[in-house]
Each structure stands twice: as structure tokens, then as C-alpha cells.
Design a protein around this ligand. Structure first.
Ligand SMILES: *Cc1c(COP(=O)(O)O)cnc(C)c1O
Length: 379
């Protein structure tokens, strides 16, 4: 057993994928967002599983992520959703990636490079309908699309926008973004641009805004079976895909007065049995879980004592009988009757589940979980 590892339940991933596909039907393509190492789940294992399920559209954040994915999936359509530094432009051609376009400077440079390579480069144009991040503002979109159509080595294959608030109870901001998007869609059609793909919806909008699917949707979080927080008011019967585990390293008996970890922030008051667990903030176990986090050992909760360190945490196992060195420790996931969810961890850290799973570091290997045969038959 490694120090710490992540297990990916590929059956749960397939389950969530089917759920999303049933929701969108045949009229829309599902673009799987696997940026940031598939939200920490491991891009390789996630991409392979989704590709086996028939998916051919993937979204990454950077040229580097796109390059790694291309090496694995020669036939995939790979859209780079993030901003791309001009120096990385050549990588788009090398790995046959599809960039999103938000400005003329980048578009012109891309067109020039495409011309040199004697190629026509497909691009997706991003419209900032209210996200306030990437994309051209709607008031500029008509001119922008016009200018792009004059660049002979670019082909506007798609137009997209991103919702700022689709996870919130109030859908009005999303609906107003959709109206603006519709207007841009009409502009592009009036201008006779042969745009093939229109996409606006993220996970939340896929389920909550069925009229915002257009012919492509971009799904990240829900594929991984996560909700942003425990307060999220909707249950779409998703199944969490990721478990994060470690093992009991050393077991030690501390006596009253002895302290635990840097800064001596925990002082033992009664004889206490403590497990030293080989996972730390360098693996993505947040330091703010010092004296606060819970882990599962033998199906029971054990509290983190003292500060989280770079490579180790200490947990109180006094109340758990029979713990032995080498026992499995669950940091995130299920063990016995208990579970620690990414939403729980997000709650104790005042963040969202997205950040919890993305933070799991490259030092942690991602492996497929052992499958339960019964689940396979139920799919
Ligand atoms: C990350 C991202 C998504 C996926 O959002 P989820 O909420 O995880 O479904 C979709 N579109 C863009 C542009 C993104 O950056």
C-alpha cells in the first residue's frame, strides 16, 4: 500500500455520465470537462473511462493538459477552455486542440500561424454574457464575429458562454445570460456564419435549465458525482467517484502533558493512543484541518490532533478498538457505515467541493477502485 492514494469508482463515473446523457437526450453533445487533472480525479483514468463510454468531446484548461490528453486519445475533440499564453500557440497545432477565442490579438496570431501551417484552425468564440471573466462582451460580439470571419485560416466552429450563478437558487441571472446568448446566436446566423456548436450549460444548468442545452453542454462536477456544498438544494442521485485513502503508519501512546505536532497546539490530557498517518498538506490535505479534521479508521471517526504537517497528520484512535499499523484510513469516502464527503470537507473549510478534490496533489496516485459486480449488472 502506498502512503496515500485516490481510488476512482469508474462504475460511479459511468452512472453519472448516463444520468447526464439521459438528461440531455440525443440532440446535444456531452463535452466532459476534465481540466485540472479531471478535478483531481486523474485525467488519464477519467478520460479513458469516458472515452470507452463513447464520449468524444473533452474540455481542458491548458495546452499542456490538452497535449497529455491528445497523447492518450488520438480521435478526441479537445477544447481548451482556459486562457492561453501567446507562447503556447504552437502547441495548439502540435496537439490539434480547439482553443476558445476572447480577443482579436490572439485570433490574429492564431490565424497567422494557421496560414504558415497551411491549415484551417477550428475555434470556439466565447461571449461574456455575465460571467465577467473570459469572452467578448455582447456589445462587441457582432463586430468580433465579423472580423473573425475575415480571417481566412480560422473557422468559427462553436460559440459558447459560461454561467456565473447556475448553482444558485435564483435562476434569473442565468436566464438573463441565456437571453443574451440567444441574441448572439441570432447574430451569428444572420451573418451567415456556419457555426456548428452552441454551448452554455455547465453541470447545474444541464439539470436545472433544460432549455439551455443547445446542441452541446459542458459537464464537470456532476460527472464526478459531487455537489458544490452540503447546502445545495437539489439531489440528482449522483454517485461520488473519488475516495482518498491512506494508512495507519505509527501507533503511539501519549501521556498527559505531551504535545502533538508543530506549535504544540494540542496537549494531551489523558493517556491517548495516536496514529501517525502519512498524508499531509503537500498531498492536498488542507492545513486548516489542523485540530479539526476527521478521518475514518475501522469504520469510526478519528479526530486530527495538532497541526497538519507537510507529509503527516496525527489522529486520535483511543476510542477505536483494535487499530493496527497498516490499517486503511479514509480521508474522503466511505468506510463501514460512515462517510466523509467532499461536501463535508468543503463545509469545514468554508469552500466548495470543487476546491477540495482539485487540491489533491500529483504525489497521490490515482487507481481504479475494486468494482462490485452487482453494480455492473444494474447499469
Ligand atoms: C469548468 C468549466 C465548466 C464545468 O463546470 P461544472 O460546474 O464543473 O460543470 C464548464 N465550462 C467552462 C467554461 C468551465 O471553465
Amino acid at each position: 500500500m502506498p502512503r496515500t492514494w485516490v481510488e476512482i469508482d469508474t462504475e460511479a463515473l459511468a452512472w453519472n455520465c448516463r444520468l447526464v446523457q439521459n438528461k440531455i437526450g440525443d440532440a446535444s453533445q456531452l463535452l466532459a470537462v476534465i481540466k485540472a487533472n479531471a478535478y483531481g480525479h486523474g485525467a488519464a483514468i477519467v478520460a479513458r473511462t469516458l472515452h470507452d463510454l463513447g464520449l468524444r468531446w473533452f474540455g481542458v484548461a491548458s495546452v499542456e493538459e490538452g497535449k497529455a490528453l491528445r497523447a492518450m486519445l488520438p480521435d478526441a475533440n479537445i477544447v481548451v477552455l482556459g486562457w492561453i499564453p501567446p507562447e503556447e500557440l504552437h502547441g495548439i497545432f502540435e496537439s490539434e486542440l480547439i482553443p476558445q477565442i476572447s480577443d482579436m490579438r490572439f485570433a490574429t496570431a492564431l490565424d497567422a500561424q494557421a496560414q504558415r501551417q497551411d491549415r484551417v484552425q477550428p475555434v470556439h468564440v466565447k461571449i461574456d454574457t455575465g460571467m465577467g471573466r473570459l469572452g467578448v462582451f455582447p456589445r462587441e460580439s457582432e463586430n468580433f464575429l465579423g472580423a473573425l470571419s475575415r480571417l481566412s485560416h480560422l473557422r468559427v466552429e462553436g460559440i459558447l458562454s459560461h454561467l456565473s450563478s447556475a448553482d444558485e437558487e435564483n435562476l434569473e441571472p442565468s436566464q438573463s445570460q441565456q437571453k443574451i446568448f440567444d441574441e448572439v446566436l441570432r447574430q451569428s446566423q444572420a451573418a451567415g456564419l456556419p457555426v456548428q456548436w452552441f454551448h452554455l450549460a455547465n453541470s447545474h444548468a444541464i439539470f436545472r435549465m433544460p432549455h439551455a442545452h443547445y446542441n452541446m453542454v459542458r459537464c464537470g462536477l456532476f460527472l464526478y458525482g459531487l455537489y458544490p456544498t452540503n447546502d445545495y438544494s437539489f439531489d440528482f442521485s449522483l454517485r461520488p467517484v473519488l475516495s482518498w485513502k491512506s494508512q495507519v503508519g505509527l501507533i503511539k501512546e501519549y501521556q498527559p502533558g505531551q504535545t502533538v505536532s508543530y506549535g504544540r497546539t494540542h496537549r494531551v490530557e489523558r493517556p491517548t493512543k495516536i496514529a501517525v498517518i502519512p498524508v499531509g498538506y503537500a498531498d492536498g490535505y488542507n492545513r486548516r484541518l489542523s485540530n479539526k479534521g476527521l478521518v475514518l479508521v475501522r469504520g469510526a471517526f478519528a479526530r486530527v490532533l495538532g497541526r497538519v504537517t507537510m507529509d503527516h497528520i496525527m489522529a486520535d484512535i483511543s476510542a477505536i478498538p483494535g487499530v493496527q499499523e497498516g490499517d486503511e484510513v479514509v480521508l474522503l469516502g466511505r468506510q463501514g457505515d460512515n462517510r466523509i464527503s467532499a461536501e463535508d470537507l468543503a463545509q469545514s473549510l468554508d469552500t466548495i467541493s470543487y476546491e477540495i478534490v482539485c487540491a489533491i496533489g500529483p504525489r497521490v496516485s490515482r487507481i481504479p477502485a475494486k468494482q462490485e459486480i452487482a453494480l455492473k449488472n444494474s447499469l
